[in-house]
Ligand binder design. Structure first.
Ligand code: DP6
Length: 320
């Protein structure tokens, strides 16, 4: 009746933005991501008949805000007739600041919840369940380079290239550590309803996915850099053109992009991507890590820098 799982966040290189079915949380477009290694969320789920209702602690502190979404996820994973659950979560990076904490949280919760309920599910089925809670969470079930595709009234997720085949690194520049003002669920719905660019975003996504897949297969860094930056800026321009507009960037976010451009001009293999928050993720080859770290650290407004490689999908913790 108890299990602990660990999951890493993932960073989309070709982004998920918009839903085709809000009720089932099905994405409007496919996406490709990389699963990280050093950042993690650990979730312990304990079903307890004696507890009246679900409870949650995050890094040891009781939390009511996230609980309804976690409870709904456990209902889908363990069935609505399940016992109440005590959920303890810990995370070694800022929560809800555009660092994909929901992805690692729901991936870990799904794996721990299924095991605690005694359900043996394949990874693909776990990914579908995690995706019902948060679209990007489905990708954290898998390691390395991961593609999520729409498949009928479900999704299909899997590793398209192992981390060891192309061990990229990610330097995350933290420019703000508070929780974000608008959640991605709400922001992408505003984009879908109001952005004049939304329809062409959906229509062109397959081309971006093809280009990224090809670059990953050929370990073509400049090719991946070009398509990932394009896809990222396209996603943010949809938001900027929405009503009301959603602007996740701050001044330091922009300065980080200029830093990345300068590094590129100096011949460093690096590119940027930004999600629903102000942090900048600089993806680079191992050789470039120290240059990228130093340059981002020296960028005004950057409060911290965290470097990570690529890692594995969500898994049960041994002995837990
Ligand atoms: C910008 O997965 O957080 O990070 O399904 O509504 O929970 P919900 O959205 P979420 O959106 C992630 C958006 C993104 C891009 C991406 O990860 O693909």
């Amino acid at each position: 009746m108890q299990a602990t799982a660990i999951a890493q966040p993932n960073i989309a290189l070709i982004k998920y933005w918009g839903k085709r079915d809000a009720e089932r949380n099905l994405p409007a477009v496919g996406s490709i991501s990389i699963t990280l290694r050093e950042l993690y969320t650990r979730m312990r789920v304990r079903f307890d008949d004696s507890a009246e209702r679900d409870s949650l602690t995050v890094n040891g502190v009781p939390d009511r805000q996230m609980l309804p979404r976690l409870s709904a996820c456990l209902d889908r994973v363990a069935g609505p007739a399940r016992s109440s659950a005590r959920i303890d979560s810990s995370c070694n990076f800022p929560i809800a600041a555009g660092l994909a904490s929901s992805a690692s949280s729901f991936a870990a919760l799904t794996v721990a919840g299924a095991a605690a309920a005694g359900r043996r599910l394949e990874r693909g089925a776990l990914a579908s369940l995690a995706g019902r809670a948060s679209g990007s969470a489905a990708r954290s079930l898998f390691g390395g380079f991961v593609e999520l595709a729409n498949a009928g009234d479900d999704i299909e997720v899997g590793t398209i290239r192992e981390a060891r085949d192309w061990p990229l690194s990610v330097v995350v520049a933290i420019t703000e550590s508070g929780p974000k003002r608008v959640g991605s669920t709400e922001a992408m719905e505003i984009s879908r309803r109001t952005s004049p660019f939304y329809a062409s975003w959906v229509e062109r996504q397959d081309r971006d996915l093809d280009a990224a897949r090809e670059a990953i297969a050929g370990r073509d860094f400049p090719g991946l850099a070009a398509i990932a930056e394009h896809n990222c800026l396209k996603m943010h321009s949809i938001m900027w053109a929405s009503r009301p507009p959603t602007v996740f960037w701050n001044a330091a976010t922009m300065r980080c992009l200029q830093t990345v451009r300068r590094l590129q001009a100096d011949g460093v293999d690096v590119f940027f991507t930004i999600d629903a928050g102000p942090q900048v993720k600089a993806v680079c080859l191992r050789d470039g890590i120290s240059d990228v770290e130093a340059a981002l650290r020296a960028t005004a407004g950057v409060t911290d820098v965290a470097t990570t490689g690529l890692g594995d999908g969500a898994r049960l913790e041994a002995g837990a």
